[in-house]
Design a protein around this ligand. Structure first.
Ligand code: TXA
Ligand code: MG
Length: 329
């Protein structure tokens, strides 16, 4: 997939002018702005309705840009970049002193990733070549392109629905391949720690790091906004249920006159139930790919409740489990 040259030029011009551009990545769509321009970054927070102290991920065209943005880079960061970039992994590293507070939420660390989507990479390279901030060029700050606390968009149509005319340009790169946000690993303080689970799981990270990273236990103020208890949430209430309780619960809901949306991966639809049934793939990657689209779709159906058949509690499902727990919080 390659961008129309006129569209690419327009996107770069908008970014250079301090405007927003929504862009596809392999995880979810991002709402991008020039990361070296605090006024541009402020527009991201305004468009999303997001608290301004939440740090953003800076997207880079390649790992050769890493030391422009990060300082005291440990060998583990280079190794992970080599193994997984371009791809769905964000590294938290000590920042270079010049990196704006608007991007880091005033912290002394910065989140960096090279996304694995051809359109994002093409835009990042063209923006870096345009060099609007000299040696500080090339970074696009981009949180997920949804309003604060809502479901991340995995198609250009979702972005249109979330942000519409608040964004002057939405680049369409088709449906996102991964479908949930990147794995975030903090390398800024001693033992590597996973702040947000994702498609790249602890086992694969351990193959590069030599050791299993720690798992962050959320406490107090969020360093990661995705770690707020209620996040990635539809408007319709969401309830997670163990597979063996699913049918009884849905029968009760039927008697109570509550029409539910059901998100299942194993339990087939039941005859005589008024509920709206959606089957998701029974493997974690396929499930993640379809999850946000399915939640968004059910959220549009005027249902009383979205009931999710809880996936297995195994490590392979931990990223999906994490997003479902937050959707239900
Ligand atoms: O897959 C993704 O990561 C997508 C695509 C667009 O790249 N982006 C994304 O951004 O999910 P956002 O802003 O919705 O989530 C980024 C997470 C936030 O939870 C933020 O708090 C965390 O990254 N983050 C960014 N910089 C950080 C830092 N210096 N320390 C701790 N957490 C940080
Ligand atoms: Mg987000």
């Amino acid at each position: 997939m390659s961008l129309d040259p006129a569209l690419l030029a327009r996107a770069v011009d908008l970014l250079k002018a301090g405007e927003l551009v929504a862009l596809p990545t392999e995880t979810v769509y991002g709402l991008g702005a020039d990361a070296a321009n605090p006024a541009a970054v402020a527009k991201i927070f305004a468009a999303k309705g997001r608290p301004a102290d939440h740090p953003l991920i800076v997207h880079l065209p390649g790992d050769d840009w890493l030391d422009q943005w990060a300082a005291d880079i440990p060998q583990a960061a280079w190794d992970l970049a080599e193994a997984f970039w371009p791809g769905p992994l964000t590294l938290i590293l000590n920042k270079q002193p010049w990196v704006p507070d608007a991007v880091t939420g005033g912290q002394d660390t910065v989140g960096l990733r090279v996304p694995g989507h051809p359109v994002a990479l093409e835009l990042l390279k063209a923006f870096a070549d345009a060099g609007s901030h000299g040696r500080h060029a090339g970074g696009i700050a981009a949180p997920s392109a949804n309003r604060f606390g809502r479901i991340s968009p995995t198609t250009a149509a979702h972005v249109q629905e979330e942000l519409g005319e608040r964004v002057p340009l939405i680049l369409d790169g088709g449906p996102c391949q991964v479908g949930i946000e990147s794995t975030i690993i903090d390398l800024s303080r001693g033992r590597p720690e996973i702040l947000r689970p994702g498609h790249i799981g602890p086992q694969r990270l351990a193959e590069v790091l030599g050791d299993l990273p720690a798992m962050h236990q959320s406490q107090g103020a969020p360093r990661v906004s995705g770690s707020l208890e209620s996040h990635y949430a539809p408007v319709t209430p969401v309830r997670l249920l163990a597979p063996e309780r699913l049918l009884d619960f849905l029968t009760l809901q039927r008697h109570a006159g509550v029409r539910c949306g059901v998100l299942a991966y194993d339990q087939p639809a039941q005859a005589g139930m008024p509920h709206l049934w959606r089957m998701l793939p029974a493997d974690p990657a396929g499930y993640a790919h379809d999850l946000y689209g399915a939640l968004r779709d059910l959220d549009h159906q005027q249902l009383g409740l979205i009931v999710v058949e809880a996936p297995p509690a195994s490590p392979a499902w931990s990223a999906v489990q994490d997003r479902l727990r937050r959707a239900a919080a």
